[in-house]
Design a protein around this ligand. Structure first.
Ligand SMILES: [Zn+2]
Length: 426
């Protein structure tokens, strides 16, 4: 059965949410918002969500890290059954787009409303969830609310984090009225679905309605420190230099080659980026004495990540030997690849078939809350097409019809897993 997702109602919610922290601009294609955790805009966005959850008859709770949940427990449900949850986040990066996060939250709510209007009878409670500080632009590294909920991050550490003004997360949540009690317990959920914009062009290029994510890529961050000798740019002969930046340049190119090679031989999804370089003393008339580089490596298979990291280390050894620089290496951040649940992926494909929507499997190069939730229960990440792949930008866009189509698939998958509709006959 095709659940009656209401495009206009979904659009109204996302547009209402977009007004909180709206970025004013003359560009007709820009729809920016800045919604950082603990701001007035964030309070308004949360209040609006709570009102909409209550309008739909959901029982609203706020946990100790500010995660918001609305629980639908219709009469057909065994209240002790493990719930089916879905959601995403309402915060944004500074001058971000209006779909990144809110689509997943309001699509989850619209899915509940569609099930209610279809008169289906789920066996399991259904939860609509909005996680705190997914973007990490205000209180830290991102995925904070979901990380605390699954025990990956410590609650007290999270609450003690400070924003640029020196206010802690605990203080900010209290100030806006969203410092609740207890914690969401994703480990007790039967399933978690997150619908998100793709932020890439695979779906748009293929002309497909929805992407079913197979794996969220693993991410490794390495820091490389290269010490040469700062010296006078005029008085130091070419043969007498130990230039940290020319050494770093070789390393940067080696990393690009290593990633290209891994793409050719092992995993076409592998990527490696030297995204930051800090040069000291960074003066035009001084031979660079020190460079710090930040390296980001991602792939859907751990072996591919390890292969690129090994190539980085080989490059450091070679350049150290040939140029006489000192090298430091650290690997401060490591998240392994996260496969999504086969059971939920199958439900998503069933739902796409039922709703007569096209769906393809793909991987996600970006981290999402679903990655954290997958550590403790079955998780699924679905993608809606992004125009030109643009996101974290006011020009981020997904057509309303595309939002609704993907929401219809989400709704069908949630309904199947919640026992509200029968699985598709195969
Ligand atoms: Zn997001």
């Amino acid at each position: 059965m095709r659940l009656p997702v209401d495009t206009d109602r979904l659009r109204a919610d996302i547009e209402a949410n977009a007004a909180f922290g709206r970025v004013e601009t003359d560009d007709p294609d820009a729809h920016g918002r800045t919604n950082r955790t603990g701001t007035e805009a964030n309070r308004e966005a949360r209040n609006y969500l709570v009102d909409r959850l209550r309008d739909a008859g959901l029982d609203v709770s706020v946990d100790a890290v500010g995660n918001v949940a609305g629980k639908w427990v219709p009469e057909s449900v065994d209240p002790d059954a493990a719930p089916v949850a879905a959601g995403s986040h309402l915060d944004s990066v500074p001058e971000g787009g209006i779909f990144d996060g809110p689509l997943g939250v309001y699509a989850a709510l619209e899915s509940v409303r569609a099930m209610q209007e279809a008169g289906v009878d789920p066996d399991r409670p259904v939860l609509v969830v909005s996680f705190t500080e997914e973007e990490g632009s205000t209180f830290g590294d991102g995925l904070l609310g979901s990380s605390v909920a699954v025990g990956e991050a410590d609650l007290d550490d999270a609450l003690a984090r400070e924003n640029d003004a020196g206010e802690t997360l605990a203080e900010a949540l209290s100030r806006i009225g969203y410092r609740g009690e207890g914690l969401l317990d994703p480990g007790s959920w039967d399933a978690f679905f997150e619908l998100h914009i793709e932020q890439d062009t695979v779906l748009e290029s293929a002309g497909v309605d929805v992407g079913v994510v197979t794996t969220i890529t693993g991410i490794t961050h390495c820091t490389v420190e290269i010490d040469g000798e700062a010296n006078h740019a005029g008085a130091t002969a070419m043969g007498d230099r130990t230039d940290a930046l020319t050494a770093a340049s070789e390393v940067v190119l080696d990393i690009e080659s290593a990633a290209n090679q891994t793409v050719d031989t092992d995993s076409e999804t592998a990527v490696a980026t030297v995204g930051s370089l800090s040069v000291s003393p960074n003066a035009t008339n001084v031979v660079p004495g020190r460079v710090e580089a930040g390296v980001d490596v991602r792939a859907v298979e751990s072996a591919s990540i390890e292969q690129i990291v090994a190539a980085v280390r080989e490059s450091l050894d070679r350049v150290k030997r040939e140029r006489g620089v000192e090298m430091g290496f650290a690997r401060p951040f490591d998240v392994p690849p996260t496969p999504m649940s086969d059971r939920l992926r199958a439900a998503a494909h069933d739902a796409a078939t039922e709703a007569e929507r096209s769906a393809i499997d793909l991987h996600s190069g970006a981290a999402h809350d679903a990655m954290r939730i997958a550590r403790v229960t079955d998780a699924s990440l679905l993608f809606a097409p992004s125009r030109d792949g643009i996101s974290h930008n006011p020009r981020e866009w997904t057509d309303w019809a595309d939002c609704a189509a993907a929401t219809g698939v989400l709704a069908g998958a949630m309904a199947e897993i919640a026992g509200a509709i029968d699985p598709v006959e195969k």
